[in-house]
Structures are given as structure tokens and as C-alpha cells.
Design a protein around this ligand. Structure first.
Ligand SMILES: Nc1ncnc2c1ncn2[C@@H]1O[C@H](COP(=O)(O)OP(=O)(O)O)[C@@H](O)[C@H]1O
Ligand SMILES: N[C@@H](CC(=O)OP(=O)(O)O)C(=O)O
Length: 418
């Protein structure tokens, strides 16, 4: 069986939904499970809606109307006015209406997941209904009953045993009868609340399902020809990799290559399932295959750019040397606040860490660090990682910028730039 993943860019409008069905039609006769993300930039819009509802940042109803309008416009281009899919979509959106009727009482991350998840629930309803229209026999599946997580909202941790059992129990039989359409990015807790797996987590969903079912391969359909040595939106003259090893792909995504979610590769490597990254507008193109036993000579370095970085400098209040017990306390606070360290350095008197700016988490981290340490920070920075770097590439990347931190080893160079 095959697992396909279609991201937001592939279903950003009615043409995208039609194209998705055309791609799927090329695989008629194969057992196929299709994972779909929210349409276009819907997750960003739902994040805005959550911020408006919880923090009063904007007009909740106005933002919600725009989200509904966007989806109803796509629906009107695909279906006749009285198609049952209109009610399915309305019944899904109503969950948000119920939530925003009351004042927000719950934790931000919990509310975020209950609201933001609606994007995938709606997009899969639309894709599934369009399959019906096109004569593709399909079944809509609520992934929250199959991918079981703990209650770490916004970063659900998968309970692999429970997930494997649920997926293996039902899905193989369903796949014998029709294409299965399900949501990326979502999971469910044991109390039946919705979790999300981290932004851009739909690739990971495809990988979880494929690994539980021992799929032949996973294909993520993208708006790029495959995996390139750098993001083509930032760099000209990129080159495509025909093949990559699991190891290289893990390193690239770990450092922030946003083309694939970082958690995607490992489960596939463990089960020896190849990951294909292919362009959804050119389904016959070879794309990039990530698999075992690939060695390549990197003609150009791999460049990974991460924006919205913060460089934190932490010292002891009595100006004593930074000791192991200080570090242990600092890392305890990073872990407690779910803040990931991208690069770090210690000197005699301070510990410096480059982290992603996730505003709500950062504020909490800062407050707790300040109870025991002196903290300074610089925000709005960029972290650039070069894999298989050379001095020329490293110099080029830093031209006209101030380097606030630099770290190199044999394979990888990292610079934090202002
Ligand atoms: N090394 C890279 N190779 C290809 N694309 C990259 C790379 N790094 C970043 N990207 C970006 O990833 C985007 C595709 O990923 P993404 O937007 O997550 O897809 P989707 O949400 O549709 O699954 C591309 O449009 C490109 O701008
Ligand atoms: N919709 C979610 C999950 C996801 O993976 O989306 P995409 O496949 O469009 O990156 C997000 O935007 O984070």
C-alpha cells in the first residue's frame, strides 16, 4: 500500500483539489491512504483566530468569517449548491462557534488545538467529497481515533503502541475497499480531546501511518521539484537531489529545512520505507527519493535558514562561573517550557542559546529564568546552517551581516546573524 501526503499549498484552491484527484487517479488499483493538510494558509488564519479569542488580538468574528468565506468559495467552485458537503463543512465549523460563544477559560495550548484542528477536518471533508464527484471510491477517516497522543497540546507525543494497534486493526480492511482520506497534523488524547503534532506536522502523520502499516512508500506532494540544496524562495541556482540518505534528510530537517517536518524521517528509516518528495503539478517527475544506502558528493552546500531566532545570554546573578548545576537548572526550565535549543555555547561567565521565538513560551521561559539568573537577549535574528560547507559559501552568507555566534565542525557550520 501507498501513503500520499498533500500539504496546504496543493489544496489552496479548487484547481488544487481537482489536481489532487487527478494525481490520485494515476494510482487506480493500488491501495492508497491520502493524508491532507489544511487548505492554503488556513492554519495561520486559525492561529490568528485563537489569538483574537484568547488574547483579544483582533476581531474573532471577522477572522472567522474570512476563513469560512475562503472555504465556501472553494466549495462553490467545486459543487452544486445543495451538495451535502456544504452541511458537512458547516457542521465542522460550528465547533468553533460553540467555543467562541463563551469566555476562554482553558489553557492557551488546549484551546489552540481545538480550534486549529478544524482546518484539517474541513479540508478532508472537501477532498473526500470531490473524490465522490470524480468517481473515486473513498472513505473519510477521523485520524484522532487512530493517532493517540498524550495531552501535550500543540506538540502531542505519540503513544506508538496504542496507535499501531488502532491503525492495524481497522485500516487494512478499509484500504481493500477504497481510498482512505484522513487528516494530517492531528491526534487524540485518551479523553478524546484533539491534539496537534507541531506546525507542519502532516508529513509526520503520513510517516506514522506508513510505519504502522508497513507501507511500500510515502509520497509527499509539494510545490517544488523535490528536495533542493536550499529553499528556492530564498536562493537562486538551487540544485535538486535525486536521492538522499535518511541520515542526511534527518540532519537537514533537524536544522530547519522546512520542506519536511523533522519527525518524519526516523519512523520511515526504522521500517525501511522510502520517502518520495514529488511535485504535485508534475506527478510523473522523479522528485527526490530518501532511502537507505545513498552516498552523494555535495556539489554545493546545503543551506538552511531559520528566521525569528532569539539569542539568550544567561549568567549567574553573583557573576560566578557557569557551573554544571546552573546548566542543569537552565535546561530544566527549557524543557518545562517546551523551548528547543538550536545552537548553544558556554563561556566562563555565561551560557548562550539560540532558540525559536514562540511568544507565549518565550515569555514564560524568560520569567522563570529571571528568578535565578541575569538574562539578556537579542531577537529578530537569523540562524543559517550550512551542511557540507566551504569557506567561500560561509563568507558569502555572512556578507553585510553581523555574526553574533558561530560554530563549525567538519560537516556543518552554523551562524546566528543580525
Ligand atoms: N531544501 C529545500 N528544498 C525544497 N523546498 C524547500 C527547501 N527548504 C525549504 N523549502 C520550502 O518548502 C516548501 C514546501 O514545503 P511546505 O510548504 O511545507 O509544503 P506543504 O505545506 O505543501 O507540504 C517549498 O515551497 C520551499 O519554499
Ligand atoms: N496545517 C498544518 C499542518 C501541516 O503540515 O501543513 P502543511 O502540510 O501545509 O505544511 C500547518 O500548517 O502547520
Amino acid at each position: 500500500m501507498l501513503v500520499f501526503k498533500f500539504g496546504g499549498a496543493s489544496v489552496k484552491d479548487a484547481e488544487g483539489v481537482k489536481n489532487l484527484a487527478k494525481v490520485v487517479s494515476l494510482y487506480t488499483g493500488q491501495q492508497l491512504l491520502v493524508v491532507v493538510s489544511a487548505m492554503g494558509k488556513t492554519t495561520n488564519a486559525l492561529e490568528k483566530l485563537t489569538n483574537a479569542y484568547v488574547n483579544g488580538e483582533g476581531d474573532v468574528h471577522e477572522i472567522f468569517e474570512e476563513i469560512k468565506e475562503y472555504h465556501y468559495h472553494i466549495l462553490s467552485e467545486l459543487f452544486e449548491p445543495y451538495d451535502p458537503v456544504f452541511d458537512e463543512v458547516a457542521n465542522t465549523f460550528v465547533e468553533i462557534d460553540w467555543m467562541i460563544e463563551d469566555e476562554p477559560h482553558d489553557d492557551y495550548d488546549f484551546i489552540y488545538d481545538q480550534i486549529v484542528s478544524i482546518g484539517e477536518l474541513v479540508s478532508t471533508r472537501i477532498v473526500n467529497a470531490w473524490f465522490g464527484n470524480e468517481g473515486i471510491s473513498s472513505k473519510w477517516l477521523d485520524v484522532r481515533s487512530y493517532i493517540h497522543t498524550d495531552n501535550t497540546y500543540r506538540e502531542g507525543v505519540v503513544d506508538w503502541d496504542k496507535t499501531r494497534e488502532s491503525i492495524q486493526k481497522d485500516i487494512p480492511t478499509l484500504l481493500q475497499k477504497s481510498v482512505v482520506v484522513t487528516q494530517g497534523f492531528l491526534g487524540g488524547t485518551s479523553e478524546n480531546f484533539t491534539t496537534t503534532l507541531g506546525r507542519e506536522g502532516s508529513d509526520y502523520t503520513a510517516s506514522i501511518i506508513a510505519s504502522c502499516l508497513g507501507a511500500e512508500s510515502v509520497t509527499t506532494w509539494k510545490d517544488v521539484p523535490g528536495i533542493l540544496n536550499a529553499d528556492p524562495k530564498r536562493f537562486a541556482d538551487t540544485i535538486k537531489f535525486d536521492e538522499l540518505s535518511y541520515q542526511e534528510a534527518i540532519e537537514m530537517t533537524y536544522y530547519g529545512a522546512s520542506v519536511i517536518h523533522p519527525k518524519t524521517i526516523k519512523p520511515l528509516q526504522n521500517a525501511n520505507i522510502p520517502l518520495l518528495v514529488k511535485p504535485f503539478m508534475q506527478p510523473d517527475a522523479p522528485g527526490t527519493v530518501i532511502k537507505d544506502g545513498v552516498t552523494i558528493n555535495f556539489a554545493k552546500p546545503v543551506i538552511i535558514v531559520k528566521e525569528k531566532q532569539v539569542l539568550l545570554s544567561i549568567s549567574a546573578t553573583d557573576y560566578s562561573f557557569i557551573s554544571e548545576s546552573h546548566l542543569s537548572e537552565i535546561f530544566g526550565l527549557f524543557a518545562k517550557n517546551h523551548v528547543k535549543v538550536n545552537v548553544m555555547q558556554t563561556s566562563a561567565l555565561s551560557f548562550t542559546a539560540c532558540i525559536d521565538l514562540v511568544p507565549e513560551r518565550f515569555e514564560k521561559l524568560l520569567a522563570s529564568l529571571k528568578t535565578g539568573f541575569k538574562v539578556k537577549y537579542n531577537d529578530n535574528l537569523t540562524l543559517v546552517t550550512l551542511r557540507h560547507y566551504n569557506d567561500e559559501a560561509l563568507n558569502e552568507i555572512t556578507v553585510g551581516k553581523t555574526v553574533l555566534m558561530k560554530q563549525t565542525n567538519r560537516n556543518t557550520a552554523q551562524v546566528v546573524l543580525k
